[in-house]
Design a protein. Structure first.
Length: 262
């Protein structure tokens, strides 16, 4: 399913803490000044650009360190990584029932012009790019809210404040590709097979990075006890097992997981 949003629909879901962090702003007065400038630019961008969400809710089941989804009647394996230290050693597949369940797959993005149309003004270019990042994340927040309440409907009666949304007080999790629970950006190739991201203007680089840069992709898992974690370091044995499950050469897996190798 594809949804497009006007900027004004998405702005209320922006988590400004990450915007301030990007500018390295700690003084409250400076934060308020910069937010006012950002909101002024967002008002000027209204009507010129939109954000976009693409998602599917699919039948699935957990199978060891994999999630197996139903792609139009055919099993499609999403290989995942398990923590190798700590207790318990978690994998996202642990939160998907081994017999029958459902998960969500998603990608969000902004119109690419937000990253390319401001080359004549370096300040506006920087501001627009940072706001595009925030809008892509805010679009994921809004889309996930709609999915929980309506499309999937497992939390029909959810009523959370914006602060509670940003603190992720809702049921389930939305792990994003490239983040600690899903560190392999090349997983985007598999999500693209399932979602066809070009429908919302996303293309992938040879390593699985998304363009426009202001894009987010990942999974939606509904289990009430699901939580985020960091996969951490990956040993040689796990690398080889992961490459086998992905159906790729070990050296390619080594390249994709370079930041996590022990």
């Amino acid at each position: 399913m594809i949804r497009s949003y006007d900027i004004s629909q998405v702005v209320p879901y922006i988590n400004w803490a990450y915007f301030f962090f990007a500018w390295q702003l700690k003084d409250p007065a400076e934060q308020q000044r910069m937010r006012a400038e950002a909101e002024d630019l967002l008002r000027r961008l209204e009507g010129r650009y939109q954000t976009h969400a693409l998602f599917r809710i699919v039948d699935a089941h957990g199978d060891g360190d994999n999630i197996v989804v139903d792609r139009d009647g055919t099993p499609f394996v999403l290989p995942l990584l398990r923590q190798q230290s700590g207790s318990p050693c978690l994998c996202l597949s642990d939160f998907v029932h081994p017999v029958t369940d459902r998960i969500g797959l998603f990608a969000t993005s902004t119109d690419s012009g937000m990253e390319t149309d401001f080359d004549k003004d370096p300040y506006d270019k920087m501001m627009a790019q940072l706001l595009a990042d925030r809008l892509a994340e805010a679009t994921a927040e809004l889309m996930h809210l709609e999915v929980r309440r309506h499309d999937w409907g497992y939390a029909k009666d959810e009523q959370l404040t914006m602060e509670e949304l940003h603190l992720e007080r809702f049921q389930g999790i939305r792990p994003a590709v490239g983040y600690p629970s899903l560190p392999d950006a090349s997983l985007n190739f598999l999500l693209d097979d399932l979602l066809d991201m070009k429908q919302i203007g996303i293309r992938l680089t040879e390593n699985g990075a998304m363009r426009p840069h202001a894009s987010v992709s990942g999974l939606m898992i509904a289990h009430p006890q699901a939580r985020y974690f960091a996969v951490g370091k990956v040993g040689e044995d796990q690398l080889r097992d992961y490459a086998c499950r992905r159906g790729i050469p070990v050296e390619m897996g080594r390249k994709f997981l370079a930041g996590n190798l022990a």
